[in-house]
Ligand binder design. Structure first.
Ligand code: EPZ
Length: 431
């Protein structure tokens, strides 16, 4: 199992090019099941998660061709026919978002058998809203032995679906299914995340009729068939936010390119409040901090455009060395503070009580061996390592590889002292 070693103390100076968004790419890849024509995705991140989904899609009948085009990494996905509507446990367990093939499979073939994803380290993460949406669209759903058996022998029909609370995954899943349903679907209390807009734009290029994405009400007029298209994956706002926090933490000046400041505005405002400088550019953002110690600020995670839960662990790392006490409230997932005890191994002073963490800033963290529990938790430990005295070694790096493309390379190019220690291969992925 690989580990990442960081020797703290070096400021970050340079340019980091942000990759395409993991959380958009994997839904766009699932959209390729909806058409028998090729879908070409550019600005594709090369990550463990996109590889996992590629493996599953290949089993379902998709020809997945990862290649380098004029604009960099791209993936061509072509599913002339669905050869299997079965998504087994071993593949869905490895990556929850694989569950999103269920709707497209039903829409294209009228039936599917897809494993339930199970829980994960950040919370129970049920899929009840996904299943209710698919039922509302006319799918018959039965659960047996950990599998969803779905059938829509008479096809899918548009419906009015009001989500009881906002779910990114359920909104996307309903969109991916309703585009081929007969008639109109209205999704109320839909998620407004930028990845939803990206999915809608891609589906519309494929011939779908989706409007309102990015607002709480999405309207979808079903069409008989979708065609191929070319679509550039939206920038990864969580990767951008992570490097923004890293720059504020380590000090120096980092310019993030191929991204959009407006997508991480909630974070940038908190970084400014904490005392680092932020310059918003047309194609990205510059983060600058020279000398002055950061001040503690409070955050509450929320749905977009609120403070992203996927940046909470990184911001907690930042607060461990800020002056004063910061309160961090997690409102999206019930168990997303697993990084707190690991940060404490570096000397951080954090008390967790329910969905709230109090972080009392200290002068200096101290390097130690730590272990990642999920993707964003692991990167928070790397960020902490950037300022810890001595060496920090982060284990279970496979979590990082799921969602951060060439992390060490991007940090090293800015002057960080980070290296990968190669270990035995592992396929043990949880989330
Ligand atoms: C997406 O997860 C992201 N994952 C997550 O990023 C992100 O943290 C999350 O949205 C919130 O922004 C992907 O896009 C692959 P939700 P998702 O449905 O869709 C509950 C990362 O690190 N819920 O919006 O699963 C759920 O348990 C990952 O990249 C139900 O109760 O999130 C949670 O408490 C981690 N029933 C809340 O809703 C359901 O049927 C919001 O989850 C669905 C969700």
């Amino acid at each position: 199992m690989d580990r990442i070693a960081i020797v703290g103390g070096a400021p970050l100076n340079g340019v980091i090019q942000i990759s395409g968004a993991k959380n958009s790419a994997i839904k766009l890849m699932a959209a390729s099941l909806l058409t028998d024509e090729p879908l070409r995705l550019t600005n594709m991140p090369r990550l463990a998660d996109t590889r996992f989904l590629g493996t599953l899609l290949t089993r379902l009948g998709t020809i997945v061709d990862e290649r380098t085009g004029d604009a960099g990494a791209e993936t061509l996905l072509h599913t002339p026919e669905i050869v299997s509507s079965f998504a087994p446990y071993d593949l869905v367990r490895q990556m929850r978002a694989s569950f999103n093939v269920l709707g497209p499979l039903i829409a294209r073939t009228g039936q599917a058998k897809v494993s339930l994803p199970g829980g994960c380290t950040i919370g129970a993460r049920p899929v009840d809203l996904h299943l209710k949406a698919l039922e509302a669209l006319g799918a018959q759903i039965d659960l047996h032995e950990g599998y969803v058996y779905a059938q829509a022998p008479r096809g899918l029909t548009g419906a009015e679906i009001t989500f009881p609370f906002v779910s990114v995954g359920a909104t996307e899943h309903a969109m991916l299914t309703a585009v081929l349903a007969r008639g109109e679907t209205v999704l109320a209390n839909a998620a407004c995340e930028p990845e939803i807009i990206d999915l809608a734009e891609c589906l519309n290029k494929m011939g779908a009729k989706v409007s309102g994405a990015g607002t709480p009400v999405i309207r979808i007029v079903g069409v008989d068939r979708l065609s191929g298209a070319t679509h550039a994956v939206i920038t990864d706002r969580i990767e951008a936010g992570t490097y923004a926090v890293a720059a504020a933490m380590a000090g120096g000046e980092v310019r993030l390119t191929n991204t959009r400041a407006d997508l991480i505005e909630a974070l940038l405002l908190k970084i400014e409040e904490a005392g680092a400088e932020v310059e918003r550019m047309d194609d990205g953002v510059i983060i600058r901090r020279n000398g002055a110690r950061l001040k503690a600020v409070d955050i509450d995670t929320g749905v977009y455009p609120g403070f992203a839960t996927d940046l909470q662990a990184q911001f907690m790392a930042l607060m461990t060395v800020a002056e004063g006490e910061s309160t961090i409230r997690e409102h999206i997932f019930e168990n997303r503070f697993m990084h707190a005890p690991e940060l404490a191994r570096l000397g951080a002073d954090i008390t967790v009580s329910g969905g709230e963490a109090r972080v009392r800033g200290i002068d200096m963290l101290e390097g130690a061996q730590v272990m990642a529990t999920d993707l964003r938790a692991s990167v928070s430990l790397v960020i902490a390592g950037l300022v810890a005295r001595g060496e920090t070694v982060v284990g279970r790096v496979y979590h990082l590889d799921r969602g951060f493309e060439r992390l060490e390379e991007k940090l090293v190019a800015c002057g960080a002292n980070v290296r990968r220690i190669k270990g035995a291969a592992t396929a043990e992925i949880e989330d």
